[in-house]
Design a protein around this ligand. Structure first.
Ligand SMILES: [Ca+2]
Ligand SMILES: [Ca+2]
Length: 201
């Protein structure tokens, strides 16, 4: 009976965890250093240009040279699961993450050859369920509050139009309490049945 309960517990946990989708994170700010065109707010405004559109699009931040770096603040540390980004397709970009805006670690590099459009802005995702998925960008979930991106190669004409973060949702306390109450009820019922001799161990 204990084994049965344990199996039920793990089954329920798997169901609870498996059914939860990564949720979009609303970034609170985007800033840039160096010389560039358009506001870094473009990076977090939720607007994706059409794939293949001009790299100097009004919906993107664009620049020449490798000095600019753009930093996004997610407002708090999240378990970062995926990114959806849109960059100029013929360049290489490095994406990094940080918990404190001080110590940075590499998340992934977009290579010049990544993406599927022949020219212009290209949407890319690290989510295997997304049609824009690029496996080489996929990463193991990390704790992150800050994201930053900068160019590491290409034709010296760079553009990023969007950086969308997706994080593991934090369960509501009420959900956890209901789940716990359910388990206690199950355990209690099992104990009473055992006591009544309806089940043998
Ligand atoms: Ca694409
Ligand atoms: Ca380019």
């Amino acid at each position: 009976m204990k084994f049965f309960l344990m199996m039920l517990f793990f089954g329920m946990m798997t169901g609870v965890i498996g059914s939860v989708q990564a949720t979009p994170v609303s970034a609170v700010s985007a800033t840039g250093t160096g010389t560039f065109n358009n506001s870094p707010d473009m990076l977090i405004d939720g607007v994706l240009a059409s794939e293949g559109s001009l790299w100097k699009a009004g919906t993107s931040v664009w620049w020449s040279g490798m000095s600019p770096t753009f930093t996004i603040d997610l407002g708090g540390v999240v378990l970062l699961e995926d990114l959806l980004v849109q960059v100029d397709n013929n360049d290489a970009y490095r994406f990094e993450y940080s918990e404190n805006n001080n110590t940075w670690s590499s998340l992934f590099d977009i290579q010049v050859s990544d993406g599927e459009v022949g020219w212009g802005m290209d949407t890319m995702s690290t989510d295997s369920q997304n049609s824009e998925y690029i496996a080489s960008l996929d990463f193991v979930p990390v704790d992150a509050r800050y994201l930053r991106v900068f160019a590491i190669g290409g034709d010296n004409s760079y553009s990023v139009s969007e950086i969308q973060a997706f994080a593991a949702p934090v369960p509501e306390p009420s959900t956890i309490m209901l789940f716990g109450l359910g388990l206690l009820t199950l355990a209690g019922a099992s104990y009473r049945r055992q006591k009544a001799g309806l089940y043998a161990e």
